[in-house]
Design a protein around this ligand. Structure first.
Ligand code: PRP
Ligand code: URA
Length: 213
């Protein structure tokens, strides 16, 4: 919960905190960084999937036929915001192997910090899916807001947003723009700097995941 808002969950699990600290370390190399991001995706995803609907089906155990709970309800879609969001997909697919994956390509203009769209491809019947938009970083909030705008324009309704690190500025903007979206945050950091990077943050998530720069 964040400022009494039940749609926002800031993770407080020590494993998530520990792994995020490893990501912050500038000496953590690409290979390790990628693996840790995937682990964090599973840990935050575990929280985000807590309210998945279940239904009872009959299963024959070695001893008897029992009514047992299985995941039911809506099909899922994972939608990474390119590029850095790709780092979270593998972890979430381990939790939801049958989820479909859409992609939204956005980059931040380096001067205005405004998101620029370059790609959008979503799974079919997006209006009937439980959607998980993923991006490691929520900085000004511009990218997340634009991505969720696109999804809503294409009919998406049941939308969740997962990020590893958020700045308070971006989180407030996202809540104001999309109050219906459930937001899961690994850690709420202190602030943005003058270049709209998160402090203390972890630097440029895309560059650290893909070894670019
Ligand atoms: C990063 C990050 C988010 C965005 C967050 O992407 O992965 O998508 O910035 O910033 P915002 O909240 O201010 O919009 P970037 O634009 O660097 O692109 P990349 O993933 O291709 O590196
Ligand atoms: N995007 C990043 O990758 N890192 C930040 O700190 C802010 C935006």
């Amino acid at each position: 919960m964040y400022n009494g808002n039940e749609n926002v969950m800031i993770c407080d699990h020590p494993l998530i905190k520990h792994k995020i600290s490893m990501l912050r370390n500038k000496n953590t190399g690409t290979n390790e960084f990628r693996a840790i991001v995937e682990e964090i995706a599973m840990l935050i995803g575990y929280e985000a999937l807590r309210d998945l609907e279940i239904e009872e089906v009959e299963i024959e155990t070695p001893l008897e036929v029992a009514k047992c709970p299985v995941i039911a309800g809506k099909k899922q879609a994972i939608v990474p915001i390119l590029r850095a969001g790709l780092g979270l997909v593998g972890g979430l697919l381990k939790l939801m192997p049958t989820a479909k994956v859409g992609h939204i390509g956005l980059y931040r203009d380096e001067e205005t910090f405004e998101p620029q769209e370059y790609y959008c491809k979503l799974p079919s019947a997006i209006d009937q899916r439980k959607i998980f938009v993923v991006d490691p970083m929520l900085a000004t909030g511009g990218s997340a807001i634009a991505a969720i705008d696109f999804i809503k324009q294409r009919g998406g309704k049941d939308i969740n947003f997962l990020c590893v690190i958020a700045a308070p500025e971006g989180l407030e903007k996202l809540i104001a723009a999309h109050p219906d979206v459930k937001i899961y945050v690994g850690n709420l950091d202190r602030e943005l700097n003058e270049k709209a990077y998160i402090l203390p943050g972890l630097g440029d998530a895309g560059d650290r995941i893909f070894g670019t720069k």
